[in-house]
Design a protein around this ligand. Sequence first.
Ligand SMILES: *[C@@H]1O[C@H](CO)[C@@H](O)[C@H](O)[C@H]1NC(C)=O
Ligand SMILES: *[C@@H]1O[C@H](CO)[C@@H](O)[C@H](O)[C@H]1NC(C)=O
Ligand SMILES: *[C@@H]1O[C@H](CO)[C@@H](O)[C@H](O)[C@H]1NC(C)=O
Ligand SMILES: *[C@@H]1O[C@H](CO)[C@@H](O)[C@H](O)[C@H]1NC(C)=O
Length: 293
Amino acid sequence: MRLFWAFLTAALSWAPPAWGQDYTFEELWNLETTFWDNFLYPANVQQMLAINSTLFTPDVQGRVDITRVFNGSELNTEYLFGLFSDPSHVSLVGIPIAYSITQFSANGNIASATTVVTFNATSFGNFLLPVTIDTWIMWDDEGRIEQYDATFRWFGFLLDTLVQALATAINGTTSEATASLTQLLATTICATHDQYCTGDNQQYADTTTCLDFLTTDIPLGKDYELGRNTLLCREVHEHMVQYDPGLHCPHIGPTGGDYCVDDQTYAEKVLQQYFRKSWIAEGSSAEDIWFVG
Ligand SMILES: *[C@@H]1O[C@H](CO)[C@@H](O)[C@H](O)[C@H]1NC(C)=O
Ligand SMILES: *[C@@H]1O[C@H](CO)[C@@H](O)[C@H](O)[C@H]1NC(C)=O
Ligand SMILES: *[C@@H]1O[C@H](CO)[C@@H](O)[C@H](O)[C@H]1NC(C)=O
Ligand SMILES: *[C@@H]1O[C@H](CO)[C@@H](O)[C@H](O)[C@H]1NC(C)=O
């Protein structure tokens, strides 16, 4: 019987020798806080200016539950640092100004953490918005992030709270606030389009076509739809257009350019095998359906 269990256990779990750097707990804590220190404004501006942040490996893989996957250091630098670095530009959550790590466990080269980040919602009367971000981060031998998987906890509640704050500000109903938010975002995206998406990068015939498309042809989007064919998705990508119009203009256009598209079912998203390395500390398991092997 004991032999049977030993055999079964061996068959079910394939445990290769530990791979990756074996950091101490303290080293992992320092790597984690280094990331969050640089995530804050204005440190994130410096990261953005580096174009390829040295906090990432060149072929870093990233996934954010409410959006989608991001490949490579340049794109991840833009999305993690550039997106939240301009207090004067219209944005949903504004700029990150403080953080507190509230849950943390780490070993090998992987850490799992919960971080409550305080955002200054500069487009919503500078109100301070706590945002809970759960992360799994994996570092390479040189202390660079080679994989991360981020989840925005309670994001639906957050969106509703933003709309409610707007309703209070305009002394209106929730649907009036939603309409107002839709107009604000669409106007911002179309202005960016008109400024940066010219020549071969042009997506809309004119501003009216742009506004019509964004306010009536596509939905504002639900909390999990920032990587789907929605206005909220184009709001995310609008911030990136200035850095690389050739790459990002299609994302705010009618096609959504591979980033704002409904290309995945719920099950496909849940079962997606994306990461090159398994998130199971010390090696993969045959039962890990996310790991390609
Ligand atoms: C950033 O990395 C990309 C991809 O490796 C490379 O093509 C690009 O030239 C780099 N840009 C800078 C400014 O280092
Ligand atoms: C990102 O990487 C994944 C896995 O390597 C690949 O399937 C996907 O096509 C890439 N996406 C983009 C936009 O390059
Ligand atoms: C929030 O941002 C605004 C605009 O940049 C600034 O005036 C205000 O002081 C900031 N609030 C905090 C708490 O940092
Ligand atoms: C808010 O709207 C209500 C209903 O339209 C109105 O009665 C009230 O006077 C408004 N309050 C302010 C402060 O504008």
